[in-house]
Design a protein around this ligand. Structure first.
Ligand SMILES: Nc1ncnc2c1ncn2[C@@H]1O[C@H](COP(=O)(O)OP(=O)(O)OP(=O)(O)O)[C@@H](O)[C@H]1O
Length: 322
């Protein structure tokens, strides 16, 4: 299932014009070079300047020089990626990056309307993402890791290198004498992702040489299972109603009840219950056999409360004192 760099590019058929998310690192430099050669005049680049590290100006200079040489229009988006309380710096940077990509794609001054955006994550990034999900105790949605393509904000998004081992991308660049900027934070062993790369991947390679293929297959199984769970949750939510009827929830089996509760809270109230919170809620539902039984539980950003025969959700700020 792993692919060579050239094979991956041959299989890639995005709607054009295409924009490549260009950080200046090895992977996105290789992706831009390959796409610009394959679709001359139809490719643009977007660089997001995070302003987070001193090296950021060096990344921008590399991107500017590369795009000038390839005659690829480049948009540089400056973002303030300071992280909010409870958010990791990486997560804040990722969110800011996606917003910046969307803003760049919608920019009327862009040379042509961008139809698709390509990002350069590769097979090793995918394994790291899966291991990070396992380390958090994630469910199937997390174990599905990164999709190869999806639609969002009127754009098609792609990760064409997702089956290509990281080393193959660098070999491809070296064979062409191309340079890239090495992110100094990639060596920082305080980041879990970097520890996975430096310590776990070599151990996996020695023990399970096929790990990129087999792990990717497991992620695909998880993605299919997740799609089924979403479909079932949608049908169950339509049946129990919004807000959900307690009697109808109690009639569902435990796993199915947990599935629809998680879906209701996420879709309707944009909050994700922790495992212990969901257990506590299900325990309360099981005990809720009498008219007088109260339910008032902290879940995600607020409280789930009993409102007669229904379950309600109250935002934390306006919740009743417990
Ligand atoms: N600052 C940025 N500007 C534009 N695109 C970015 C930026 N950072 C990341 N990306 C895009 O998102 C992808 C994944 O980001 P990640 O941080 O994992 O990669 P990276 O280590 O910077 O990789 P690369 O070697 O491709 O530059 C990159 O391959 C690139 O396509």
């Amino acid at each position: 299932m792993t692919q060579s760099f050239d094979e991956a590019l041959r299989c890639f058929a995005p709607a054009l014009p295409l924009a490549v998310g260009l950080s200046g690192g090895a992977d996105s430099t290789a992706l831009l070079l390959a796409c610009a050669a394959r679709w001359p005049g139809q490719v643009q680049a977007i660089h997001v300047h995070h302003g987070l590290q001193a090296a950021a100006d060096g990344f921008e200079r590399h991107c500017t020089a590369l795009c000038a040489r390839l005659q690829v229009p480049l948009q540089v988006q400056r973002v303030d990626a300071r992280h909010a309380p409870g958010q990791s710096p990486e997560e804040a940077a990722r969110h800011a990056r996606y917003r910046a990509f969307e803003a760049a794609a919608q920019d009327r001054k862009a040379p042509a309307t961008i139809q698709s955006i390509a990002l350069a994550q590769h097979a090793d990034d995918q394994v790291e993402t899966l291991l990070l999900a396992l380390s958090r105790g994630a469910g199937v949605a997390g174990l599905a890791a990164m999709p190869m393509q999806w639609a969002r904000a009127g754009l098609q998004w792609h990760r064409p290198l997702l089956r290509v081992p990281g080393a193959a991308v660098r070999d491809w660049l070296r064979a062409r004498g191309e340079a890239w900027v090495e992110d100094p934070t990639n060596q920082d062993q305080r980041y879990t992702r970097n520890r996975i790369r430096a310590q776990l991947l070599p151990a996996l390679q020695a023990t399970f040489p096929q790990f990129r293929d087999t792990f990717a297959r497991s992620s695909q199984h998880a993605a299919h299972a997740d799609a089924l769970l979403q479909e079932i949750a949608q049908q169950d939510l339509a049946a129990v109603g919004v807000p959900p009827a307690i009697g109808a929830l109690r009639a569902l089996g435990t796993a199915r009840q947990a599935n629809v509760l998680r879906y209701w809270l996420r879709q309707t109230h944009q909050t994700t219950p922790g495992t212990a919170q969901l257990h506590a809620l299900q325990h309360q539902l099981a005990a809720c056999a009498t008219r007088g039984h109260r339910i008032e539980l902290k879940v995600g950003r607020g409280f789930v409360v009993r409102q007669g025969e229904l379950l309600g959700f109250v935002e934390a700020l306006t919740a009743p004192s417990l």
